[in-house]
Design a binder for this molecule. Structure first.
Ligand code: AMP
Ligand code: MG
Length: 310
């Protein structure tokens, strides 16, 4: 089933495929013309580096200058899985991938189809398979919405997690999280016995280190807003995403997650896209309590929703 996609990748073409986080837009990580196509198709600014996806630990050696003891521990604990690690790069890593930085981001995804594809076609760069600025795709149909019905997509229905990987910079200490995801700071600290800094792009310094964090991501055309605490009015032209407070009425525009934050993460981008299909003006989201924000997936939700609000 994958033969066609493997051949496309090997001949320098771009192919979308599922990972456990979101669909990725893959291209051969050793072919500069193929990598260039990824930037062109997405409309991605060239100063926003790409994550290289690999299918075993050994492949990391081609890209990472040095793999420290901490790196080995993290790879053994979380790979394959939703953790991207940033290393100092080897000179042979294409500059177009790293946007001229001296570091490279690596991840070994867990989805079996992504593993097979990479094992047979070789390491691929794979940003999320959406047009720049749109919410990341969690279904093959989202990819086709952005890139057309004929675009080659390995279709494997919905992605499991629904939010992008945790991005952790281990190229210098203290280690820093640039993007929260399903793997949390606490879990990382447990493995390496070191505190990590959480910075998701609010300071100028971190923006310079992880350029992608400065771009508005994840946002629908509809305006995303937090519901203010005393507000009990519900309007018709809006989608409401609730998780804890009572729902005012049954409506397909009032979605209640009943504390199931994994489901909320799984569906968030699809809900955003749906709001746009219906030409809704607003998406209102119930804010999270500090207790709920202890949960890593809630931290990731908070990060994406805050960015969507802009
Ligand atoms: P996406 O491709 O949409 O999943 O986004 C990838 C994220 O990883 C962006 O925020 C990039 O800025 C970040 N990233 C990729 N490579 C690096 C790197 N070498 N250093 C810092 N951040 C990186
Ligand atoms: Mg993206």
């Amino acid at each position: 089933m994958l033969d066609r996609y493997i051949n496309l990748l090997k001949s320098g073409e771009v192919v979308a495929f599922p990972t456990e986080t979101v669909y990725g837009l893959g291209a051969d990580a050793k072919n500069p013309d193929a990598v260039k196509k990824v930037f062109e198709i997405k409309g991605r600014p060239s100063d926003n580096p790409l994550i290289v996806h690999i299918s075993d630990k050994k492949q990391a050696k081609y890209f990472a200058l040095e793999i420290s003891d901490d790196a080995h521990k993290l790879m053994d604990a979380f790979w394959p899985g939703p953790l991207t690690l940033i290393f100092k790069k080897k000179p042979q890593v294409l500059d177009i991938i790293t946007a001229g930085l001296d570091t490279v981001a690596l991840r070994w995804p867990k989805h079996p189809l992504s593993q097979q594809l990479i094992a047979l076609a070789g390491p691929v760069v794979a940003p999320s398979a959406n047009s720049s600025g749109k919410p990341s795709p969690t279904k093959a149909e989202h990819v086709k919405e952005d890139f057309g019905d004929d675009f080659p997509v390995v279709d494997a229905s919905e992605t499991e997690i629904g939010l992008e990987s945790t991005v952790l910079d281990i190229s210098s200490e203290p280690y820093t999280i640039y993007r929260p995801g399903a793997v949390s700071a606490d879990e990382i600290t447990k493995i390496i016995g070191k505190e990590v800094i959480q910075d998701s792009g609010s300071s100028k310094d971190e923006t310079a280190k992880s350029p992608g964090t400065k771009y508005s991501h994840y946002s629908p055309e509809a305006k995303v807003q937090w519901i203010s605490s005393g507000d009990t009015t519900f309007v018709d032209e809006a989608l409401y995403l609730l998780h804890s407070r009572p729902a005012p009425r049954k409506s397909d525009r009032v979605i209640h997650y009943e504390g199931n934050f994994n489901k909320m993460a799984h569906e968030l981008y699809d809900r955003f896209r749906h709001a746009d299909h219906q030409n809704l003006e607003f998406v209102f989201v119930e804010p999270f309590s500090s207790e709920q924000l202890q949960n890593p997936i809630v931290q990731a939700l908070q990060n994406r929703i805050t960015k969507a609000i802009g």
